[in-house]
Design a binder for this molecule. Structure first.
Ligand SMILES: C[S@@+](CC[C@H](N)C(=O)[O-])C[C@H]1O[C@@H](n2cnc3c(N)ncnc32)[C@H](O)[C@@H]1O
Length: 250
């Protein structure tokens, strides 16, 4: 693992302690199955009707995995490089009796065979940790069976630009849309380094990996709001999230 990825992993192990300290709250949220947004349910309805095997790279707390099984997935395999996140997610899935299995592994380079997934579900803070978008897309395509789907519900690449001022939305002086990389100062912080990929880069890289885009949409609501913060950047005028559904053409 390169030094930046190793340092990011340490930052995530520290932040993932939250999965243990807030275990009961997260378990209750998982049981309620609310984490899968209405727009995600709508976009994935046809795929979920077929009882897919789902792979969730960077599965984190695993709330979406429980919701995916409740919504029709046959099984979900979550992979994350945080041992703490993987352990807590597996414990919750076992307590709830849902078909979710978790593995410790790095993305790209997931410890899973080719053609093992009908659906690769990822996002909600995943792509910003990928230094090499081409390697990421190739790994996602490798996992998919012919005709399988890749689904992303992700923070919009413009999000790092928005300040969290409550009076009015401002563009941060220390950021650009084309910045490439910057030090994360929100969550997990601790010096973690994020990568910025423009929406153009993301779409072109996914198409280049052999997938056909079936849906792409941008949304004003962020997928994550820390605490009670009410940033003006979230008042409906700026892009804060996007969804993408693509199908492997082979
Ligand atoms: C913002 S969290 C989002 C996770 C998940 N989508 C969710 O909603 O809980 C990002 C997750 O990616 C994991 N992660 C970051 N970089 C990774 C990498 N290169 N390989 C594997 N996991 C990674 C972190 O450990 C963390 O659990």
């Amino acid at each position: 693992m390169d030094p930046t990825t190793t340092a990011n992993r340490v930052a995530w192990e520290t932040a993932s302690q939250k999965h243990i300290s807030e275990y009961d709250e997260i378990l209750a949220d998982a049981a309620a199955g609310r984490s899968l947004l209405p727009v995600e349910r709508e976009l994935l309805a046809d795929v979920l009707r077929t009882g897919p095997t789902v792979v969730h790279p960077q599965s984190g707390h695993g709330l979406d995995d429980v919701a995916l099984v409740q919504a029709g997935a046959r099984q979900v395999i979550g992979v994350d490089y945080s041992q703490i996140a993987v352990g807590a997610a597996q414990r919750r899935a076992d307590e709830l009796g849902v078909a979710c299995r978790y593995l410790v592994g790095k993305v790209p380079g997931l410890p899973l065979p080719d053609d093992c997934a009908d659906l690769v579900y990822t996002g909600k803070g995943a792509l910003i940790w990928m230094a090499d978008l081409h390697a990421w897309a190739a790994d996602m395509a490798r996992l998919l069976r012919p005709g399988g789907h890749l689904f992303l519900y992700e923070g919009h690449p413009a999000v790092p630009l928005w300040s969290w001022d409550e009076d009015r939305a401002r563009i941060r002086e220390d950021r650009t849309y084309f910045g490439g990389t910057f030090v994360n100062d929100t969550f997990p912080a601790n010096g973690a380094v994020e990568w910025q990929h423009t929406l153009g880069d993301i779409v072109t890289t996914i198409v280049g990996a052999g997938l056909e885009i079936r849906h792409l949409a941008e949304y004003p609501e962020p997928f994550w709001r820390p605490g009670d913060l009410r940033a003006a950047a979230w008042n409906g005028r700026l892009p804060n999230a996007f969804s993408l559904l693509a199908r492997l053409t082979r």
